[in-house]
Design a protein around this ligand. Structure first.
Ligand code: NAG
Ligand code: NAG
Ligand code: NAG
Ligand code: NAG
Ligand code: NAG
Length: 487
């Protein structure tokens, strides 16, 4: 297998500019002088970037055509849209000017300026890319046929062309993302639409070359064995990934799974896992102490030892931040039936909960080892989702969300908020949010606790204890919080 197929360049992470990146990284302690400099810079650029667009601007069909009846390659962008974009740019410019004039040092204001600045930068880029890519004098050919001279992502143009241009060269991805009309053209289906538009993540456009490779296969043939690449794309925001029209390989000697009363705590058969993507090539490597340094994963390193049943033993309250499952379930006897475990896990939490007749989906990526495969082989429900995506559950539906080993001091406040609000969305009123051993540096704890408190949940269990395995400047935080009924 060609491991070089994908090059995860660090610049995938660069969203706007270097200075923007610095700003983002320092979001906990906003650097005022930096912001001021940036505001000045944007003031020079933003209000004056009023683009006068031509009338006949062509767009590749695949991104912009929503009308199923458009059959040619291009259509004309309405003039009003150009005017709207220019108008927005001017308004944002004025807003930034006002903010810049404001002499207050307040944190709220700084944060707010930061947000406005980001919007301004994005808007300018969008306008810029529209103008650059679709100058009427450029060429009348759809940009999908352009040959990119820069095949590796990471530098230059390819990365800039985010939403507007179709930058994929693979025929299959272009076929996939183009709207799929109903058989009777123009007639709506039961969903009330005339066409289904298959979806991909916005960041896929930034990784066009890699995505093109991912979509290079023989239709109706066997898929390349590239689950590792698929996951890299997901983690970098190409989520959802496009669907493919090829057949995924199976483990060649797959045997039927064990019966459920046996499978929960029994090591699955080597033959039922496709090992190609992992450093370990058999199950014993996943659990052996000897392979510990070279087995390709570190999060949840004891996970694959299915004999270890955590949570069942009560712990010393002043030393451990662990609650037992019984302790938590007894908060709402009989009420907790379905839920989600958002953790790097092989399903042990879900297995214990299953024995208590609670159905838990376990959301985890395959962090260098077959996490999802093992969850499934245990007879539990794996949910292969990335941190960056919205949960595939409807609002107010789950009784409990449990998370351990996932949230800790690496996470920024903004991402944490998007995660927590999504969890809040899917939890039912009076549902439980169980944060299990969140850890971070002592000085950051207040900041994180504030984020949890801002949800307005009722704390049913709450514990902060020192984390003793490191040098003592870290804390563990665990809590079981109850979602309020919101009117
Ligand atoms: C889509 O095309 C149909 C048929 O050509 C036309 O009647 C309709 O107005 C178009 N819809 C839009 C939104 O342009
Ligand atoms: C900002 O201040 C400058 C001078 O200090 C002034 O000319 C300008 O009109 C002010 N802008 C806004 C939007 O208040
Ligand atoms: C598992 O369940 C089957 C039938 O449902 C039963 O015959 C068997 O004894 C059970 N095995 C164990 C280990 O509980
Ligand atoms: C719990 O830990 C504290 C602090 O280490 C210790 O003083 C106490 O005796 C322990 N309690 C039990 C029941 O082990
Ligand atoms: C789970 O459900 C089964 C079947 O309804 C029942 O026999 C068992 O006692 C339940 N277990 C628990 C822990 O509630």
């Amino acid at each position: 297998m060609n491991l070089q197929m994908i090059v995860i360049s660090p610049s995938w992470k660069e969203e706007e500019s270097q200075s923007y990146e610095m700003q983002r990284e320092s979001s906990f302690k906003p650097v005022r002088c930096l912001l001021a400099t940036m505001l000045c810079a944007i003031l020079l650029v933003s209000p004056v970037t009023v683009f006068i667009f031509g009338f006949h601007i062509s767009y590749p069909q695949s991104f912009f055509s929503f009308n199923a009846s458009i059959s040619h390659d291009q259509f004309v962008m309405p003039h009003s849209l150009h005017t709207d974009v220019s108008h927005l740019q001017i308004q944002l410019g004025l807003l930034l000017q006002q903010l810049h004039n404001e002499s207050s040092e307040s944190k709220v204001l700084l944060k707010f300026s930061d947000q406005v600045l980001r919007i301004a930068i994005s808007l300018d880029k969008l306008a810029d890319s529209i103008e650059k890519k679709h100058q009427p004098d450029k060429d009348e050919v759809s940009t999908v046929d352009e040959d990119f001279t820069n095949p590796e992502e990471g530098e230059g143009e390819a990365e800039e062309q985010v939403p507007g241009g179709t930058i994929f060269t693979s025929g299959e991805i272009r076929i996939y993302i183009s709207p799929k009309q109903n058989r009777q053209i123009g007639k709506k289906n039961f969903l009330g639409v005339e066409a289904i538009t298959p979806s991909i993540g916005l960041a896929c456009a930034r990784m066009a070359t890699n995505l093109d490779r991912f979509m290079s296969y023989k239709t109706h043939g066997t898929c390349p064995d590239d689950s590792e690449i698929a996951q890299k794309l997901l983690v970098h925001g190409c989520d959802p990934l496009p669907r493919r029209r090829c057949f995924t390989k199976s483990p060649p000697h797959y045997t039927k799974p064990l019966p459920i009363n046996f499978s929960l705590w029994t090591q699955p058969s080597n033959a039922n896992i496709l090992w190609n993507s992992y450093k370990c090539k058999d199950y014993s490597c996943l659990v052996s102490k000897e392979t510990k340094d070279r087995r390709g994963f570190f999060k949840c390193s004891d996970c694959f030892n299915l004999l270890k049943q955590a949570w069942n033993t009560p712990t010393n309250k002043s030393e451990s931040a662990e609650f037992t499952i019984d302790e938590v379930l007894s908060l709402k006897p009989g009420e907790i039936r379905i839920g989600l475990d958002f953790s790097p896990t092989t399903g042990t939490f879900a297995a214990i909960m299953r024995e208590k007749n609670v159905t838990i989906a376990s959301s985890t990526l395959n962090l260098g080892a077959p996490f999802n495969e093992v969850i499934a082989l245990r007879g539990l429900l794996p949910l292969y989702t990335s941190i960056g995506s919205r949960l595939p559950f409807f609002d107010n539906t789950l009784d409990i969300i449990h998370s351990t080993l996932f949230l800790d001091g690496w996470i920024g406040a903004e991402l944490l908020q998007f995660v927590l609000f999504d969890w809040d969305r899917v939890l039912r009123p009076k549902g439980l949010l169980w944060i299990d051993r969140f850890f971070c540096h002592k000085e950051d704890m207040k900041l994180y606790l504030d984020e949890f408190k801002r949800l307005g949940y009722k704390p049913l269990l709450w514990r902060v204890v020192p984390k003793t395995d490191k040098l003592g400047d870290e804390l563990f935080f665990s809590a079981v919080l109850e979602k309020p009924i919101r009117g």
